[in-house]
Design a protein around this ligand. Structure first.
Ligand code: PLP
Length: 443
């Protein structure tokens, strides 16, 4: 179904729900535009007023197999009729073991993998932090500027994307240090990508490790192979490779936060695989169960040796979520990961072509169906086009395309991995119109 807008947005039904929401739901959520969903199928979403949208947000990079994929719904229904919950913390059930077995074959770590199950991305990161401290006997954690790792008190201490996410909540977990990320469009050390040897990591080596914390006190470096919330920023392979060498040299664990970049989105099961780097642990959530809540911390078997009671979760590894995850993984392997590569290439080419006619576009980057477009007021100064970005996102919505902002001035395309080439072309077309309209106002 093509996007089709038949009412003013929000329509009357949507307006009524938003009004009720405003009275009783936390205002801390970041709703950029007023979409009130009624139903979804594949990469298409219909709102409560019958308006049809093309979804390039996937509920923040979650609906990997598309909205309500029939095989996923079937697995959920079957599991729901058998039992909904029994707590994997205190009891056993086959579907959780099967998922852990499957992950052990997919997570890019050699020599055996164990998995801890929670309910969300932040819990996957929390578990990784706790495991790293427990396994190494060290306390400090290194993360990167611009990174997003969640909003509970441990992972929030690692998050360094926007101050609004931290403001008013301190003091945060101590012992966390931040280093510059490999943002090649705005290289923190003023170099160009050609010939780059990840010189930005010298800050970690020579400032953090020499002036702030001794590396033998650092339990883990937690890194997003592609920064998500921070702006869809792709770290070059050499950054991750050099980080691996540095962490290995100091006996520090390398934790890949693949909450957003994982589960086939980049055309590989995990984004870190593009660099050939083997992490010690991986944090997984979002796309793994097609929308059912599930977070996983997977780690080398010899690291995950904490004793009974050390870490657990009542709801973690919910059987319905595990059943959804098993089908999701099957669908990713069968076709959707390859589709992410193929259709992602088409979407990327289309967006890069738009850069030829829209001066607002400063950079188009990404892998597979994880693509960011950074908007600037001036390509030379790279002045961030913050208001223009918000306007483009809103205009895209009003024309039937759902995208989300990322970072201060970027737009993320994170569609369901079922997106077709035709839908990619439609997305580019609507984006083109939205950019054109914002640029015409700026003149
Ligand atoms: C890389 C990354 N880590 C962690 C999280 C936190 O996940 P959740 O919102 O499920 O707690 C996110 C969420 O956007 C994320 O993108």
């Amino acid at each position: 179904m093509k996007p089709h807008i038949r009412t003013a947005l929000p329509g009357p039904r949507a307006r009524a729900i938003i009004e009720r929401d405003r009275r009783v739901v936390s205002p801390s959520y970041t709703r950029g535009y007023p979409l009130v969903i009624e139903r979804g199928s594949g990469a298409t979403v219909e709102d409560v007023d019958g308006n049809v949208f093309l979804d390039c947000s996937a509920g923040i990079a979650v609906n990997a197999t598309g909205h309500s994929h029939p095989e996923v719904v079937d697995a959920i229904t079957k599991q729901a009729t058998r039992f909904l919950h029994m707590s994997g913390t205190d009891f056993y059930y086959d579907v959780q073991v099967r998922l852990a077995e499957e992950l052990a074959t997919l997570v890019p770590i050699q020599g055996g993998v164990r998995s801890f199950f929670g309910n969300s991305g932040t819990e996957a990161v929390e578990a990784s932090i706790k495991l790293a401290r427990y396994a190494t006997g060290r306390t400090a954690i290194v993360a990167f500027l611009g990174g997003f790792h969640g909003r509970t008190m441990g992972s929030l201490a690692l998050t360094a994307s926007k101050t609004v996410q931290r403001r008013g909540f301190g003091p945060l977990m101590p012992g966390v240090y931040h280093a510059p990320y490999a943002d090649c469009y705005r290289c923190p050390v003023g170099l160009t990508p050609d010939g780059c040897a990840a010189e930005c990591l010298e800050d970690l080596e020579h400032r953090v490790f020499m002036q702030l914390v001794s590396p033998d006190e650092v339990a883990a470096v937690v890194v997003e192979p592609i920064q998500g919330e921070g702006g869809y920023i792709v770290a070059p392979d050499q950054f991750l490779q050099r980080l691996r060498e540095l962490t290995r040299k100091h006996g520090i664990l390398l934790v890949a936060d693949e909450v957003q970049s994982g589960m086939g989105r980049t055309g590989r099961m995990f984004a870190i695989e593009h660099s050939g780097v083997e992490p010690d642990a991986v944090a997984i959530a979002k796309g793994i169960a097609s929308g059912m809540p599930l977070g996983v911390a997977s780690a080398r078997t010899d690291l995950m040796t904490w004793p009974p009671g050390a870490h657990a979760s009542t709801f973690g590894g919910n059987p319905v979520s595990c059943a959804a995850a098993l089908v999701t993984l099957k669908l990713l392997k069968e076709r959707l990961m390859a589709n992410a590569s193929e259709v992602g290439g088409r979407l990327m080419a289309g967006l890069k072509e738009l850069a030829g006619k829209h001066p607002l576009i400063g950079d188009v980057r990404g892998r597979g169906l994880m693509i960011g477009v950074e908007l600037v007021r001036d390509r030379k100064t790279k002045e961030r086009a913050v208001d223009e970005r918000d306007a483009v996102v809103n205009l895209a919505f009003s024309r039937g395309l759902l995208v989300l902002g990322a970072g201060k001035n970027s737009i993320r395309f994170s569609p369901p991995l079922v997106l077709t080439k035709e839908q990619a072309d439609i997305a580019v077309g609507i984006f083109d119109e939205a950019l054109g309209e914002v640029e015409s106002h700026a003149r």
